[in-house]
Design a protein around this ligand. Structure first.
Ligand SMILES: NC(=O)c1ccc[n+]([C@@H]2O[C@H](COP(=O)([O-])OP(=O)(O)OC[C@H]3O[C@@H](n4cnc5c(N)ncnc54)[C@H](OP(=O)(O)O)[C@@H]3O)[C@@H](O)[C@H]2O)c1
Length: 401
């Protein structure tokens, strides 16, 4: 990292940064001839848009997390990038840490996409989940979300669906290979949703989710892109995406359905997406440099080749730390459970529960669930228990997640 542009040089930061890297002069960064890639994380439209265009005109690649600038000005930014021969990568702009941009561009590239739909705004999903699970009203949940920092003081962009519209514009553009006019996306938020409707939907077997949807069922259909609260059947994969989590479901031919799920925001997840873009550009630049270098050394993109060549040493199962379930058939006599418990204890196996379920063919059926223990210790205890005269069989042993 050569330079970091900020608003305030004196602000206390969670990360230790040498002061000479910081500057408030952002033009200095985009004009610096030694910089190959500019990472734009300012947010908002200006000065982000102008700085991105300026950096592109100086031949720099761009990584940005800024959905607002891409959904509004993607047209001029990508046109300029094409002319300048530079990349603009935007993995963090939709779905935070969820890899969705690269999969749409690459891994799913063989498909004709018929729909992309998702829960792409964590704030509204948090509010709807709370309304659903606690029966609380929109205003009360919004106030709580603001107190906890899940919603902005001005929640308009989230609760009116505008942030979701920015994101579906970007996803639709990638999935369907066309630029999307943001202003033409019908957008309905969740302000008007009443707990009465959420309860009725619940009784009918639905949950209410704010979905951003882009669909074109048949190749000749017009593309439909919209954002609105939607009744989702409880059995649908999107119905179980709760709280601040995001998920994006992609439907295509021939793949069918795939769903991407994960943290839609936050410092770590967003950094994961931003740095993956940096790695991608660095790999392309490295391959290019090597291609223009020694003709005898074949140049491979390190992300597409298999660069490692040593075998990993796998941990033996005896050292696995896990929880276990075991079903035992024993004599139906007093003191058996105590004896089993003592044996586990002596082998350092701590039990979460041990219960007699009932009788099976005049044998007592006992089920044991352990805390997290070493598999070797658990197996040693089982061997000893199996040898007890009261134990007739241990038909099942399973690991618990
Ligand atoms: N936060 C997330 O979870 C998340 C997830 C996905 C995408 N994004 C996107 O990432 C971008 C940044 O979001 P954020 O939450 O990280 O915002 P943030 O906390 O407000 O950080 C913005 C950073 O940019 C600097 N900055 C802003 N305007 C500037 C200006 N005019 N001149 C110089 N420096 C300026 C700020 O400097 P100071 O530190 O000096 O104030 C700060 O370091 C946005 O586009 C957002 O949509 C965020």
């Amino acid at each position: 990292v050569s330079q970091i542009g900020v608003r305030s040089l004196s602000k206390r930061r969670a990360l230790e940064i040498s002061p000479e890297l910081l500057t408030t002069d952002l033009a200095e960064i985009v004009l610096n001839p030694n910089i190959d890639i500019v990472v734009e994380l300012l947010g908002g439209v200006e000065p982000a848009r102008s700085l991105i265009l300026q950096a592109i005109s100086c031949g720099k690649h761009i990584v940005t997390a800024n959905k607002a600038v891409i959904s509004r000005h993607g047209d001029e930014i990508f046109t300029a990038a094409k002319q300048a021969g530079v990349y603009v990568l935007i993995e963090a702009a939709v779905g935070g840490g969820i890899p969705i941009i690269q999969p749409l561009k690459q891994s799913l590239g063989a498909n004709r996409i018929t729909a992309v739909m998702g829960i792409v705004n964590g704030t509204t999903n948090y509010i709807l989940t709370k309304m659903q699970t606690e029966g609380a009203d929109f205003d009360a949940v919004l106030a709580e979300a603001q107190r906890l920092g899940y919603a902005e003081a001005d929640p308009t962009a989230d609760v009116d669906g505008l942030d979701a519209a920015d994101k579906i514009a970007i996803l639709a553009s990638l999935a369907f290979g066309e630029r999307i006019p943001l202003k033409d996306i019908p957008c309905e938020g969740i302000r008007h949703l009443s707990i009465i409707d959420i309860n009725h939907a619940d009784n009918l077997g639905f949950v209410v989710k704010l979905l951003a949807i882009a669909s074109r069922p048949h190749a000749n259909d017009a593309l439909s892109v919209r954002v609105h609260p939607t009744l989702v059947p409880k059995t649908h994969p999107l119905a179980s995406v709760n709280g601040v989590y995001n998920a994006i479901l992609v439907e295509g031919e021939p793949i069918g359905q795939v769903m991407f799920f994960g943290p839609g925001a936050g410092a770590g997840p967003t950094a994961s997406a931003v740095v993956s873009d940096l790695i991608n550009i660095a790999a392309i630049l490295k391959t290019h440099d090597r291609n223009t270098g020694d003709p005898d050394e074949p140049a491979l993109n390190p992300l597409l080749s298999c660069p490692h060549d040593s075998f990993s040493k796998l941990a033996p199962l005896a050292n696995l730390k896990a929880r276990f379930y075991a079903r035992l058939l024993t004599e139906d006599s007093p003191g058996v459970i105590g004896k089993i418990g003592t044996c586990f204890g002596e082998k350092r196996v701590s039990l979460e529960s041990i219960v007699q379920i009932g009788l099976r063919e005049s044998q007592a059926e006992i089920v044991v669930v352990t805390h997290t223990v070493r598999e070797g210790d658990f197996r040693n205890a089982l061997t000893e228990i199996k040898s007890m005269s009261e134990i007739s069989d241990i038909p099942t042993v399973l690991r618990v997640l």
